[in-house]
Unconditional design. Structure first.
Length: 162
């Protein structure tokens, strides 16, 4: 398991918030880790648990105080697999560096926002999305075991919502 997510996950596992949640929802399981922000190094991890009985997600935001967002409806595009973080071999820093390097090969616009998700969707992967000032969206899927870039997609956020 990679150091930075291990320490955040261990902190959550030792918390009263997760213990209370597990008592109430024993069927729920770890689904993803995510970060959203202009500066991912200073953003707070969000750890998401999926409840297959209710088809809802509960999120734990790992700030100085752990905040809980109770079960929320989700947009589901397929099965939500259990995330086994002990299988993750590629760190957040390494995957972010690989995505940034690839992004800079073809893009000159500054990145305004970052969306990073660690999940087990078909494969265990880091999904890293950059949003530029012109609302161009560039996403990379990076294998969380070997670090290879699995997929690159780009488009416009404006076209997606209009």
């Amino acid at each position: 398991m990679v150091e930075e997510i291990a320490s955040v996950f261990n902190r959550l596992n030792e918390s009263k918030e997760l213990k209370d949640f597990r008592e109430k929802y024993p069927e729920a399981y770890l689904a993803s880790f995510s970060l959203v922000g202009e500066k991912p190094d200073s953003a707070e991890w969000q750890i998401n648990y999926y409840n297959p009985e209710s088809n809802k997600m509960t999120s734990f935001t790992m700030g100085s105080v752990i905040s809980v967002t109770p079960e929320q409806e989700i947009l589901k595009a397929g099965e939500i697999n259990k995330l086994e973080i002990s299988e993750v071999k590629i760190s957040f820093e390494r995957s972010m560096a690989a995505a940034k390097e690839k992004f800079l090969e073809n893009n000159t616009e500054p990145v305004q926002n970052n969306i990073i998700i660690l999940q087990n969707s078909e494969k265990l992967k880091w999904h890293i999305t950059f949003v530029t000032s012109s609302l161009k969206v560039v996403s990379y899927d990076i294998d969380a075991i070997n670090g290879k870039i699995l997929e690159e997609k780009s488009g416009s956020l404006v076209k997606k919502i209009s």
